[in-house]
Each structure stands twice: as C-alpha cells, then as structure tokens.
Ligand binder design. Structure first.
Ligand code: RFL
Ligand code: PHB
Length: 404
C-alpha cells in the first residue's frame, strides 16, 4: 500500500489530522490497534475549548456537537465551602466552552472519514515504524494475530498513538528529551445516572481533597474525586463515593448534590510530560504521544487538536507550495502552545488539589492564591483566557472553510 501520510492511532489527534489532510486534498491511511467499538466507547475528556468547537464547525463535523453538546459561559471555583463564579464569557469578550464527550467526537470523525472514503484499519497488531530518517518511510502491521505482515509506504508518518504507542520511542535517545512531573494525586472518575447537579462545572478545593462536578447529558453526570493514585477502586463503594463527593462540594447555603446509580468508576494517575522535539526525520508526533497534562485544566484533547492543525499547515505547505521549511518548524511552533497549556494545567492542579505533604505555610499560600484569583479581575481574566483556549499559531483554518 502507498499513501502520502501514514497515521498511527485513531484518537482525536489521528482522526482529526486525517480529516484535515483530506480537506487539503492530501491522502492518508490510519492504523488503530483497538476496535471501532472500543474507541467509540472509551470515556475520557469532556470539555472543548472555543477553538476546538470552531475547528469542528469549520470543517463540517460539528453538527451533532452543536445539537447535543452544552455551551457553558463559565465555571465555579469553590474553597472554604463558598463558590465563586468565573464568568468566562464576559472576561474573554464572548468565548465559551462546550461540554461534549470525547467518544462522541470520535464517532463523528470516524463516520466522516468513512463517508469521505478514508481508510482506517481497526484492531491491527504489531505496528512498527521503519526508515523514518529517509525520504521513504514505511509502517508495517498485521490485520490480525499471526496474519501476514502488511506494509504502507508513505512520505510522512504521523505518530498519533497516545502516551503508550510506539512512535515517540523511535526518536533516538540522544535526541529525545523527556521532561516530566508525577503528582501525588489520582482522580477517581464516575459516570452516574442522576440529574444535572449544577448549570456549570464546579472545581472544589477541600481539606479532604479536590472534587470536580461535571456533566455529560441531562441524565448522566461525570464527577471526580482526588484520591491516592495507588488506591484500589475496590475500596470505593458507591456510598463512600457519594459521601465523599458531598462532603467536598456541598456549600453552607444548603445546596446538595443529587446522587444515584454509579454506572462506571475508575482511578487514573496524574502526570505532566513533554517530549522534545516532536519531530525526527519524516516522523511527526502529536497529541498524547508527545505530551500529557493533568486533567485539571481540561487541555489534553484540545492540545491534540491544536497540534494537528499546525501539522496540517506544514504538510499542506510541502505538497501545495514545495515549502519544506514549514514542516521543519512544526515542533517549535506546537511546543510553544504545549508549554503554555502545561503551565496552566500544572497551576490549576497545584492550586486546587490538597497536597498532604504541604506544610501549614504552603497550605496558607494555596488558600491565599484562591482568594486572590477569585477576587482579582486580572487573575480571573488570565484563568478564563487559558481555560477557553489560547490562540494557535498558524491555526486559522480559513483555507479549509470553502471546502467543507
Ligand atoms: P489517544 O486518545 O490516546 O489516542 C491514541 C490512539 O492510538 C492508539 N494506539 C495505537 N494504534 C496502533 N498501534 C499502536 N501500537 C497503538 N498504540 C496506541 C490507541 O488505541 C488510541 O486509539 O491520544 P490523542 O489522539 O493524542 O488524544 C488525546 C486525548 O485522548 C487526551 O489528551 C484527553 O482524553 C485528556 N483529557 C481531557 N482533555 C481535554 O481536552 N478536556 C478534558 O476535559 C479532558 N478530560 C482527559 C480528561 C483524560 C482523562 N484520562 C482518562 C487520563 C479526563 C480524564 C479522566
Ligand atoms: C470531564 O467532564 O470529564 C472533565 C471536565 C473538566 C476537567 C476534566 C474532565 O478539567
């Protein structure tokens, strides 16, 4: 097989990249190691920045999101049992966020790629990358266990295979610079059959730990609790989860959290991670393959989307104008935004979680930070512009609008 761009991974990064390249008239093939049912059923992110919403709409895949998603004009920050509304819409002069689940975006993008005759191989085995430092890179894979090895030759490989995928490790050790921080926190996430708890997300700092109240649909809610990252989910009965959530988010003015059957629960650990550079030879890595943020800033999926917009601009310049320079700058341009999102995610995480290793002095500083942020228009504006999404260099997709 032959294509222009071989893409490893059908997550948000790989699917959106393939879609954007198609709109630019550039051919790609995606190989994905999970089944279509698995990728369309995995519960992950929920919050889309304004820019991600605009991208979905501008490229013709936003119809269901606009119908079924929920636009939020702000969030609430809570500490010492008191809530403080952050009116992001007003502070950013009109920007909002959208609550629309990641697996619904995956469904929308898969459907659109297949409608546009795109090729996605699901459930593949043994994906490997070859000749990435030549003009004729290739990937090999098997359609199923023990079947013959197939080969895709291409001009470029896009490694969109998440944190555990094989792409990043193909960048030689002496060139690859990985910067990371592990947090002593985990998030216990639940999906529950209850009515919407609050019109906007609540980020709560409590002496017993952080809690987040989010939503999915009018009938299903998504909430999170800070727990020990090594804790076992078996230790968390539904009753214990509701009791802990209520303790951390209920307020002194009588607001109560609706409870109900929990239909899914799990614990994830938290880390910050950046791989530099995001390119080696003809291999370009994007999304979680190149960087991980703790989920407190709701940035992971959104960063995956901004990476592939920058990458598309570089690839399009190569094919349409013979300009090789723009692709060579992909890593530098993408990393500038990655580091800004890393800073914001680290800051939100540090401000909102209860670090039991902290001294009373450090806890005092944390509470004072919350007091400052919730009372200063300058600080609230900074939080809002980061949360709704910073601009993307080269990001405007105007060239694509006419082709939707
Ligand atoms: P993905 O989604 O991990 O997709 C990678 C794909 O590559 C496949 N793959 C392979 N395919 C072929 N061969 C191999 N050897 C392969 N190895 C892996 C995988 O099967 C998979 O399908 O990466 P991508 O596309 O970069 O997207 C990143 C996002 O998924 C991630 O950043 C977000 O989910 C993070 N995140 C959030 N991001 C937001 O923007 N807003 C949020 O509100 C938000 N909330 C969250 C989150 C992540 C969470 N978890 C589970 C860590 C909340 C949570 C709890
Ligand atoms: C979610 O709804 O899954 C969600 C919302 C906000 C975050 C992280 C996750 O910061």
């Amino acid at each position: 097989m032959k294509t222009q761009v071989a893409i490893i991974g059908a997550g948000p990064a790989g699917l959106m990249l393939s879609h954007l390249l198609h709109l630019e008239g550039i051919d790609s093939i995606i190989v994905e190691c999970r089944t279509r049912e698995e990728i369309e059923g995995t519960i992950r992110a929920g919050v889309l920045e304004q820019g991600t919403v605009d991208l979905m709409n501008a490229t013709g895949v936003g119809t269901r999101m606009m119908r079924e998603g929920h636009v939020h004009h702000g969030i609430e920050l809570q500490y010492n049992g008191i809530r403080h509304r952050v009116n992001m819409y007003e502070l950013t002069e009109g920007k909002t966020i959208m609550v629309y689940p990641q697996h619904e975006i995956i469904k929308d993008l898969v459907a659109r790629r297949l409608k546009d005759q795109g090729t996605i191989y699901f459930n593949v085995r043994d994906v490997s990358l070859h000749n990435i430092n030549t003009d004729t890179p290739k990937i090999q894979f098997r359609k199923e266990e023990n079947s013959e090895l197939l080969e895709i030759t291409c001009d470029f490989i896009a490694g969109c295979d998440g944190y555990h995928g094989p792409s990043r490790k193909m960048i030689p050790d002496e060139i690859r610079n990985e910067k990371k921080q592990i947090y002593p926190f985990g998030w216990l996430g639940i999906l529950a059959k209850t009515p919407i708890a609050n019109p906007e997300l609540i980020y709560a700092n409590h002496d017993r730990g952080f809690a987040l109240i989010s939503t999915r649909t009018p009938q299903i809610q998504r909430h999170y609790l800070q727990v020990d990252p090594n804790d076992d989910i078996a230790n968390w009965s539904d009753d214990r989860i509701w009791s802990e959530l209520k303790t951390r988010v209920e307020t002194k003015d009588g607001w109560t959290l609706p409870d109900g059957p929990i239909i899914q629960k799990n614990i994830v650990s938290m880390r910050s991670f950046v791989c530099e550079p995001m390119q080696y030879g003809r291999l370009f890595i994007a999304g979680d393959a190149a960087h991980i943020v703790p989920p407190t800033g709701a940035k992971g999926l959104n960063l995956a989307m901004s990476d592939v917009q920058v990458l598309t601009k570089g690839v399009a310049a190569f094919y349409h104008c013979g300009d090789k320079d723009k692709m060579q700058r992909y890593s530098d341009i993408a990393l500038r935004r990655v580091w800004k999102a890393q800073r914001f995610s680290w800051w939100m995480t540090t401000m909102l979680h209860r670090n039991h290793n902290h001294s009373p002095f450090e806890r005092g500083i944390q509470v004072s930070e919350l007091a400052y942020v919730t009372s200063s228009r300058a600080a609230l504006t900074s939080l809002s512009e980061n949360y709704t999404g910073l601009p993307i260099e080269w990001g405007s997709m105007e060239a694509l609008h006419s082709q939707v």
